[in-house]
Structures are given as structure tokens and as C-alpha cells.
Design a protein around this ligand. Structure first.
Ligand code: ADP
Length: 642
């Protein structure tokens, strides 16, 4: 049952109890279990009856603290006719219940309902009655029930079953209506014919097969064609020859080899070989009836009953049920049935059985896939950002190097200009000598030697400069620490001279090798030296001394650049390495932060400290290159990403 119907049903049950319970409440307080009469119109062994009586009993015994004492009385009017035994049954029941206190009567089906309406006051005076399992259409047509009756009707939704026929056999134009010859059977057949006539679809012919034996029905069904004919079975409690049936039994006899599907609206029809139908769930109706009964029996003694007449509870909806095995045997596709249609005898389908679990798994996998894709995308973005940062870092490092070299430009110009001047003088001297008589060959050779030396010196400076300024890939290779630094210090010498600073060098690592990019190593040295010279700008003559020392320490090398300049505060050391920290008027504050990044990229470190006696000392520490390994790294591994 769907949730909305259940809610509506419970609310309605509460209301129904309010209007009827005043009658039952006093008994509900006694210590004995309440006594309930179940009055059935059909045989109690008939599945339709059995399902309901069992459901009613189960619900009552579960809901009531003392359970119930139930009495089952059957009229079997469905097969014997309503009036046949009525006087005798009435007499029997009156005698049976004389002097008995009965708390509730539950009449199941039309015959029982009518019997209760006529005789309840004589048999069970003052006892409330529930009438259940009666068709709504019949209820509308029949005369009114007393106010103490609670009605639980159902609707034979012939229209819904006809719609199912339309979906499964769209080309059928001939409708056969099978029904028995009992009064109830005829009523159902009438109802089908009426509904088919107003149903949206135009039937070319509607034929009634009434009260036929199973044998005759089988013969007739065998002649039908599933493309043109559809068969709808109401009930057959009796046939024309007086044989009595439970309606589902006929389905058993005729459906097995019929070449056309047979439709119907009881669950046990579909279970016994009917193809499909809008099914009225008898067990569910039984449970609903049990709930209503339990509430009535438990109702509060003080509740008063307003005079509102008999109350009618919401109608149980019919639901599509299809026997897939039958449809497949007949070659009819079930795909036209809606997703809410319940399948019986369907071949095992993991998807249909476990679709909820499968949906959850698909959802989880989908969510995981989306998360993974998002993470991959994030990673790609981060990598791109890292590469961008790396490139910007490399550009910045080079820009800083160019700026440092720029600071040396005056002395470098001098360093180049001086040998060029010497070359010129030597050329002039040689020229003069050539003009004189008998030039001295050995002197000329000496001049040429000087010219060559000066030209090489100039060339050397230019080569070193170009190496520093060129844009080139960064390569980490094992290099001799001292040799690399010595080449760079040659550019510092002229600047120190120009500034009146004594430059003392002591290269003491011998041939120790480090894994480094030469240009970046030289950049560190130049930067530290230029800073040191700046710090000594105003120093006294005796203090203007810059010392550059290298040494081996265990498995590493150290470069120490020390000056006697303005010095630094002990507490201020780490700030020097922060980007944009500068005390200089035209400083950028980037030099030392880049130096530290280069040191990090070389797996080394750089530190600064005040020097005893004044000045500052910077120490670069780098690990030695491990022997035998392939030391060459390319740009992307640990490049100028500083
Ligand atoms: P910049 O040289 O452009 O200022 P740096 O990052 O190279 O940038 O230096 C940052 C600051 O560190 C300098 O402005 C200076 O105050 C200080 N500094 C660097 N080297 C020394 C030194 N040898 N002695 C004293 N202060 C120094």
C-alpha cells in the first residue's frame, strides 16, 4: 500500500472510531478479551475469504492486550444464493448468540453485509458492525446502512484493467467477458460490460460468455486470436449446470493452454494463470479491517458518538499485477506496463530485484568518479600553477643576477677597457717600431705576446659575463666548488679595487665537487660580495676588508663571505632573507631571498650572523656531490625555481 493511502486510511480510521466507539467502549474495559463475530458471505476456505479472516485475526491479536475471541459464521451465499438458507441461518445464529455479549461484528462481502443489515439487531442487539470487502459501486446502489456500521469498500477498477489490456494488446477489438450464472457473477459481468462501453477504446464487439463449463470455455478460447481478442474474467461461482466453483479454480482450468491472455482483478487469478489486471489486494483489505476493528475495540469509554450516520473509509486502490511467465508464453511484451506494475513469475532479473542496491552502487561509483576527476583536475591545475611559478621564479632569479652584475658594471667596463687600452698602446708601439729601420723582431714578439695576453683577458671577462647574463637552461652537474667561485671572484676584484676594499680570498676545498648549476653558484657569491661591499660603503679605511673563504666540512663545503661593514642585529637575521626586505635606497630586497632559494634548490642552506668585532658573516653550506651517481638534473627537477 502506498504511504499516502495508508496515512489517509489511518486518519479516516480515527474518525470512524470517534463516530462509533461509544458503543463498544464499556466492554473494552472488562478483563475478558473482546468477542468478535466474523460473518462471511463466501466459504471460509475460499482464498479470498481466508486471506481476509486470517489478516483480521492477526492484526486484532497483535493490537489488543488480551487478544480476541472470534467466532466464524459463513453464509456461503456466493455459491448457494443469498436467500436460499437465510431464514434457517438467521434462526441458527439468533439461537447461537442469545444471551452472549458480542463486542463487534465484521461482515465480509455483500451477502454478509446484507444479512447483517437485516438481522443484526435481532441477533446482536446494540453491537457495532464493520462491513468490509464490498464493492463501492454496489454500496452506492444498495439501500442505506445503519449509523453504527463502518463501511470499508473496495473498488473493482474495471477501467484500470481495461487500460492494461489496451497497453498489452493494442490491436484487439473483440472483448470477451467471462462470468458465471450466480447473481454475484452476473453483477460483475454487467459491471465489465458497462465499463467497457464507456472506456476510451472502441470495442467492435463485446461478447458475454456466461455460466459455461470449463470444457466449453477451453474449446471457445482455443479459437481466439491474441491479435484481435482480449478476455476479461469477472467471477464464476456457479455455471449453467449448477456446478459450484471458487472463481480462481476456473482460471486454473482454462488459462493453461489458452492462446489469448485472460485478465482479472483478484491476486489469486494472476497467481493461477491469468495474464494481468488491476488487482484488489484482499490481504491488505483484511489488515485494514483488522486495524479499524482494533481501534474500535480499544476506544475510550468517554468518547461520545456524534450522530453522523454510517462512516465510509477510503477506498483501497487497485494496483497493476502481471504474470510475466504467461505473457512471455503468449509472446506479448510486458514493456508497455508501467514501472509500478508488480511482476509475478518473472524470470530471475538481478536488475529488477536489486535495482535499489544497484542504483546506490552506481550513485556511489559515479560520485567517486566525479571526485577523482575533480582531484585530477585540481592536480593538473596545481601542476600548471607550479610550472608557472617556477618559470616566474627563474625569470626573477635571472633579473636579480643581471641587477647584481649591473652593480659591477663600472668596474667590469674598466676591467675590459684596461686591457683594450694596453692592446692599443702596444699596437701603437709596434707600429712605430715597424716604421723605424730594422725593427727588432724579439721586441715585436714581446709586444704581440702582451697583446695576446690582454686580448685573452678581455675575452675571458666577456665569456664570464656572457655566462652570467645568458638565458640558459639550468643544469645541475658535478662541478669543482672552488673553480666555479674563482671564476666569478675575478669579476669582484676590480669592483673591490674601485671601492678601495681589500679582497682576501682563501679557496680551501681543493677539488671538492658539488652538484650545482655553475651560474647560480656564482650568482650567490656575487650577491654576497656586492652586499658586503655595500655594507662597507662608509667604513674606515682600515675596516674595508672583504674576505671570501671556502673550506671542506665533513661531507660538505662551505663558502664564508665576511665584511667589517655596518653589521646586522642578531635578532634581525632571518628578516634579511625575506623578499622585499631592504635598507638600501635603491635596493629591491630580492637578492638574499633568491640566494636562499638557490641554496634550497641545491639541498644546501645559507645563514648570516654578526661578526665579533663588527661586520657580518654569511655562510653557504652545500653537500658534496656523491661519487659515481648520475648527477645531471635538468631544468624541471630543481631549477631556477626560486
Ligand atoms: P638589497 O641588496 O636589494 O637590499 P638583499 O636581499 O640582497 O636586497 O639584502 C637585503 C638587506 O639585507 C639589505 O638591504 C641590507 O639591509 C641587508 N644586508 C645584506 N647583506 C648585508 C651585509 N653584508 N651587512 C649588513 N646588512 C646586509
Amino acid at each position: 500500500m502506498n504511504g499516502a493511502f495508508m496515512r489517509a486510511f489511518r486518519v479516516a480510521v480515527s474518525l470512524a472510531v470517534v463516530v462509533t466507539c461509544g458503543v463498544v467502549a464499556p466492554d473494552a474495559r472488562s478483563a475478558e478479551p473482546p468477542k468478535v463475530v466474523l460473518l462471511t458471505g463466501g466459504d471460509p476456505m475460499q482464498a479470498a475469504v481466508l486471506m481476509q479472516t486470517q489478516a483480521i485475526r492477526t492484526v486484532l491479536n497483535a493490537a489488543l492486550p488480551l487478544g480476541t475471541e472470534t467466532f466464524l459464521d459463513t453464509l456461503d451465499g456466493l455459491r448457494f444464493g443469498g436467500d436460499l438458507l437465510t431464514p434457517e441461518l438467521f434462526a441458527l445464529l439468533r439461537k447461537k448468540y442469545a444471551g452472549q455479549r458480542i463486542d463487534l461484528v465484521i461482515a465480509i462481502g455483500n451477502y454478509a453485509a446484507e444479512f447483517a443489515r437485516t438481522h443484526h439487531e435481532a441477533i446482536w442487539p446494540g453491537t457495532p458492525v464493520i462491513v468490509t470487502s464490498v464493492p463501492e459501486a454496489w454500496l452506492r446502489k444498495t439501500s442505506a446502512f445503519p449509523q453504527t456500521f463502518v463501511m470499508i469498500p473496495y473498488r473493482i477498477e474495471v477501467g484500470k484493467t481495461l487500460a492494461i489490456i489496451g497497453a498489452l494488446q493494442p490491436s484487439a477489438t473483440h472483448l470477451v467477458v467471462i462470468g458465471g450464472s450466480a447473481e454475484m457473477d452476473r453483477r460483475f459481468s454487467d459491471e465489465i460490460v458497462e465499463a467497457a462501453a464507456v472506456n476510451g477504446r472502441k470495442w467492435a464487439a463485446i461478447e458475454r460468455w456466461e455460466g459455461m463449463s470449463a470444457q466449453e470455455l477451453r474449446t471457445r478460447l482455443a479459437r481466439l486470436d491474441k491479435h484481435t481478442s482480449a478476455v476479461l474474467y469477472g467471477t464464476q461461482y456457479r455455471d449453467n449446470e449448477g456446478r459450484r466453483y471458487f472463481p480462481f479454480e476456473l482460471i486454473d482450468k482454462i488459462a493453461g493452454d489458452a492462446p489469448v491472455p485472460i485478465y482479472g482483478w483478484y491476486a489469486n487469478y494472476i497467481e493461477h494463470g491469468a495474464a494481468a489486471g488491476a488487482v484488489y489486494d484482499l490481504a491488505e483489505n483484511g489488515r485494514n479491517t483488522g486495524e479499524v476493528a482494533a481501534r474500535m475495540l480499544m476506544a475510550d469509554a468517554g468518547t461520545t458518538r456524534p450522530d453522523v450516520g454510517a462512516s465510509t473509509l477510503p477506498i483501497l486502490p487497485a494496483r497493476c499485477v502481471a504474470n510475466i511467465a504467461v505473457l512471455r508464453r503468449l509472446g506479448i511484451s510486458e514493456s508497455a506496463l508501467g514501472p509500478d506494475c508488480k511482476w509475478l513469475n518473472a524470470p530471475h532479473s538481478p536488475y529488477r530485484e536489486y535495482w535499489k542496491e544497484i542504483a546506490v552502487v552506481i550513485f556511489v561509483i559515479g560520485a567517486q568518479a566525479i571526485t577523482i576527476l575533480a582531484m585530477l583536475n585540481q592536480r593538473r591545475e596545481r601542476r600548471r600553477a607550479e610550472l608557472d611559478a617556477m618559470k616566474r621564479g627563474a625569470d626573477l632569479t635571472r633579473a636579480s643576477r643581471i641587477a647584481t652584475v649591473g652593480e659591477l658594471s663600472a668596474s667590469i667596463a674598466h676591467e675590459i677597457g684596461q686591457p683594450l687600452g694596453a692592446i692599443l698602446s702596444n699596437i701603437d708601439a709596434a707600429d712605430l717600431m715597424m716604421q723605424s729601420e730594422g725593427p727588432n723582431a724579439s721586441e715585436l714578439r714581446e709586444i704581440l705576446t702582451d697583446v695576446r695576453r690582454d686580448a685573452l683577458r678581455t675575452h675571458d671577462v666577456i665569456v664570464r659575463l656572457r655566462a652570467l647574463l645568458q638565458k640558459q637552461a639550468i643544469t645541475f652537474t658535478p662541478v669543482a666548488f672552488d673553480a666555479v667561485l674563482e671564476r666569478a671572484i675575478s669579476l669582484v676584484h676590480p669592483e673591490a679595487r674601485r671601492r678601495g676594499i681589500v679582497l682576501r680570498t682563501a679557496f680551501g676545498t681543493r677539488d671538492a665537487q658539488v652538484l650545482a648549476d655553475q651560474v647560480q653558484l656564482q650568482q650567490i657569491l656575487l650577491n654576497l660580495c656586492v652586499n658586503a661591499m655595500d655594507a662597507m660603503e662608509n667604513a674606515e679605511q682600515q675596516d674595508r676588508e672583504l674576505s671570501v673563504t671556502t673550506r671542506l666540512v665533513e661531507d660538505a663545503v662551505e663558502l664564508v663571505v665576511a665584511d667589517r661593514g655596518v653589521g646586522i642585529e642578531d635578532t634581525n637575521v632571518e628578516r634579511l632573507f625575506e623578499a622585499f626586505y631592504t635598507t638600501k635606497e635603491r635596493g629591491t630586497g630580492l637578492g638574499l631571498s633568491i640566494v636562499r632559494s638557490i641554496a634550497d634548490a641545491h639541498k644546501g642552506n645559507i645563514s648570516a650572523r654578526p661578526r665579533p668585532g663588527g661586520g657580518t658573516e654569511f655562510t653557504l653550506w652545500l653537500p658534496l656531490a656523491s661519487s659515481g651517481a648520475d648527477h645531471t638534473l635538468r631544468h624541471t627537477d630543481a631549477p631556477e625555481n626560486v
